[in-house]
Write a protein of this length. Structure first.
Length: 285
């Protein structure tokens, strides 16, 4: 969505300075900050004087370094209180499904496990029995595996033990597999940043699921692409997987998730900063 209208250039420059502080994630010296914001040190200093008066920024007396101040924290808290992750995702997946031409689902972790809360059809409709309220197994679906990979183990364990105990008698979509097999798939999901299934749990249908995190680093949602095996690519260089990661990381950023560069795992290797858009798929006859 484009933002129309003429802006105030000085506000935008100040925004670059604040954005540089957010991205750095640590106190900065004036010259460091000016370089990151692409402004002259003297110009940055003038903005910082005003930001200090507003308590958007504070300066350490001993080191002289600048960091975000208490009013910045208040702004962030106000944003979080008024923000609904599900509403954000629900609006975003409509456009995303149209972009990729595939079915897109949103799932949350509910009482009985990974539970679908929205199904958005793409232009290439998939005839699978997925609807709001459907519960996906942990071990037998991409959605379940991504929760197993990125949710705290203590939350997952009880449901997983129940699935493994019941085996083929589990309630929900997806046949149970072994704990050993799941552990290998979870390790792969953590490395790539997403989980996949090929021709499972429905023959001829693939799935790719990726997590959405909030400001605290807690997984809130799983976004899953579902499509025919000949259409949805789950390979190591999958453009579909890259598109999904870009989408979920954007949602995570909007929820305040900002992993520090030093602490990002190898799962961030799954998508480059610039990725060619997924080509529009033709509607199948």
């Amino acid at each position: 969505m484009s933002i129309e209208g003429r802006g105030v250039q000085s506000v935008e420059v100040g925004g670059r300075i604040l954005a540089a502080m957010v991205k750095a994630g640590k106190p900065l010296m004036l010259r460091e900050l000016a370089t990151l914001a692409d402004v002259a040190p003297a110009q940055a200093h003038a903005y910082l004087v005003s930001f200090r008066k507003l308590e958007l920024v504070e300066q350490d007396g001993a080191s002289g370094r600048y960091q975000l101040g208490p009013f910045a924290l208040q702004l962030g808290i106000a944003r979080l209180r008024s923000f609904d992750p599900l509403r954000l995702a629900a609006q975003a997946v409509v456009e995303f499904a149209e972009e990729v031409g595939l079915m897109v689902t949103i799932a949350v972790w509910g009482t009985h496990g990974a539970t679908i809360v929205q199904v958005q059809e793409g232009s290439d409709q998939v005839h699978v029995n997925v609807r709001t309220g459907t519960v996906f197994s942990i071990t037998g679906t991409a959605t379940g595996k991504v929760f197993a990979a990125f949710m705290p183990p203590k939350i997952i364990e009880a449901q997983l033990a129940e699935e493994l105990r019941k085996g083929a008698r589990i309630q929900g979509v997806g046949a149970s597999t072994s704990r050993k097999e799941l552990e290998a798939e979870v390790a792969t999901a953590r490395r790539l940043g997403y989980a996949t299934t090929e021709s499972k749990p429905v023959t001829g249908i693939n799935g790719i699921a990726a997590p959405v995190f909030d400001y605290s680093g807690q997984m809130q949602l799983a976004i899953t692409l579902i499509g025919p095996t000949g259409v949805l690519d789950i390979g190591p260089k999958s453009a579909d997987a890259k598109a999904l990661l870009i989408f979920t990381r954007k949602l995570s950023a909007q929820l305040g998730y900002a992993p520090h560069a030093d602490s990002e795992t190898s799962s961030q290797e799954g998508a480059e900063v610039v990725v060619a858009p997924v080509a529009k798929r033709r509607r199948r006859a």
